[in-house]
Design a protein around this ligand. Structure first.
Ligand code: PHB
Length: 391
């Protein structure tokens, strides 16, 4: 049994290595977009697929003489499924690029396949710092939790928040957020009364919120992945925590634009730090939001959509620059160092780390034309992932 498994993985590795060298059809350029289209992370899949399609509608499907084909697969956010789909896309479909990756475990499951087959892997959602180090073929168009958490830990103590309890999802991005927020907050003279971690799958926030209530800190710092914010906000209100004088702060994942419109007044005044708000007041963003909403029955784009949109741009530009010649390594080379204006603001892909460098904004939830938005009130420019500079 063991031998057979070994034999199978050796075969799979050989097949992957061979695939990196040859493309099925010289005139087609295939992007294998793996996303959670169903299950707990389905909003991420819906947002990124819509954004990728918008990019193609705006920019056409012929680049450098090649027909771009987008192949969307649903991994239901289970990393074993992500791995199997990636393997099939590389071996059978001979995709030129792998993309998507709704959660960190999915990105980590696919990283070795990218390395073995020399296929660029454009991570559009997952945001644990270490993902870019899991394969030299990873390029990230989303963000990292350390990148967006530090700014809030600088803001909080200057704004009456001296004690916090952190509440994070118990996996990569949550642990990154907890660590980088807490360390900076302590450095700034704050006190962390407790650090709570909730399971990623089917979380019940109630007992954790009760604990926070009992500890009565000035604020609760939250990281939950996109899609889970509304549940936290609802239970926070139901327990009367805001009335008890506990403020809710967090990374912008908790006031996700996909759900913010339906969160109700409990969200008003919540301060978060993040790289994208649908209310970002630039002409590029205004056009992006209007076009996205028009193409998707009024759905408001969130930060996942922007990761998908910019990821497509990175792929298109690399294809333009290389003319599709030179395979995965040439494409990867052409992705490094790209610089452009995103709907989120100016960004660039650091050639050394393959991670995105971008502005981080402090935002407060306010009503604009009767709807809730994350309104930016401060900016820290050109922030690199602090998770990298430590090693
Ligand atoms: C992740 O799994 O890396 C992840 C997912 C959703 C987020 C942020 C990070 O909002």
């Amino acid at each position: 049994m063991h031998k057979r498994t070994l034999f199978r993985s050796a075969l799979a590795a050989a097949a992957l290595a061979a695939c990196g060298l040859s493309f099925a059809d010289d005139n087609v350029f295939k992007i294998g977009l793996i996303l959670p289209m169903t299950g707990q992370q389905a909003t991420t899949g819906r947002q990124i697929e819509a954004a990728a399609k918008l990019w193609m509608a705006q920019n056409g499907d012929t680049v450098a003489g090649k027909k771009v084909q987008l192949i969307v697969k649903d991994d239901t956010s289970l990393p074993d499924v992500t791995r199997r789909l990636a393997q099939e896309l590389v071996v059978n479909e001979k995709v030129n690029v792998l993309a998507g990756m709704g959660i960190t475990p999915s990105a980590l499951a696919v990283a070795p396949i990218a390395t073995q087959s020399k296929t660029p892997l454009v991570v559009m959602a997952a945001a644990t710092s270490s993902i870019t180090e899991a394969s030299p073929f990873v390029v990230r168009s989303s963000f990292t939790l350390p990148q967006v958490s530090v700014a809030l830990a600088d803001w909080a103590p200057k704004n009456g928040i001296k004690t916090v309890v952190t509440l994070v999802s118990d996996y990569g991005p949550g642990i990154d957020a907890e660590k980088y927020f807490s360390e900076r907050f302590l450095f700034n003279g704050g006190k962390v009364a407790d650090k709570l971690r909730v399971p990623l799958r089917n979380p019940d926030f109630a007992p954790f919120l009760q604990k926070v209530r009992d500890l009565k800190p000035d604020a609760m710092f939250v990281f939950v992945p996109s899609g889970a914010g509304a549940a936290v906000m609802k239970q926070f209100a139901e327990r009367g925590m805001d009335k008890a004088g506990i403020r809710l702060i967090g990374t912008g994942d908790v006031t996700d634009d996909d759900q913010l419109g339906d969160m109700g007044d409990v969200a008003l005044g919540v301060v978060t730090s993040h790289h994208y708000s649908a209310a970002h007041p630039s002409p590029v963003n205004k056009k992006f939001v209007a076009d996205f909403e028009k193409a998707n029955k009024g759905l408001r784009p969130n930060f996942m959509a922007v990761g998908g949109y910019d990821g497509m741009r990175i792929i298109y530009d690399a294809l333009k620059k290389t003319g599709g010649k030179g395979g995965g390594e040439a494409l990867l080379g052409a992705m490094k160092g790209q610089i452009f204006e995103s709907p989120r603001g100016p960004v660039f892909i650091d050639a050394q780390t393959r991670d995105i460098v971008q502005n981080v904004y402090l935002r407060k939830v306010e009503k604009k034309d009767g709807q809730l938005y994350n309104v930016e009130f401060d900016v820290i420019k050109d922030v690199k992932d602090p998770g990298k500079s430590r090693k």
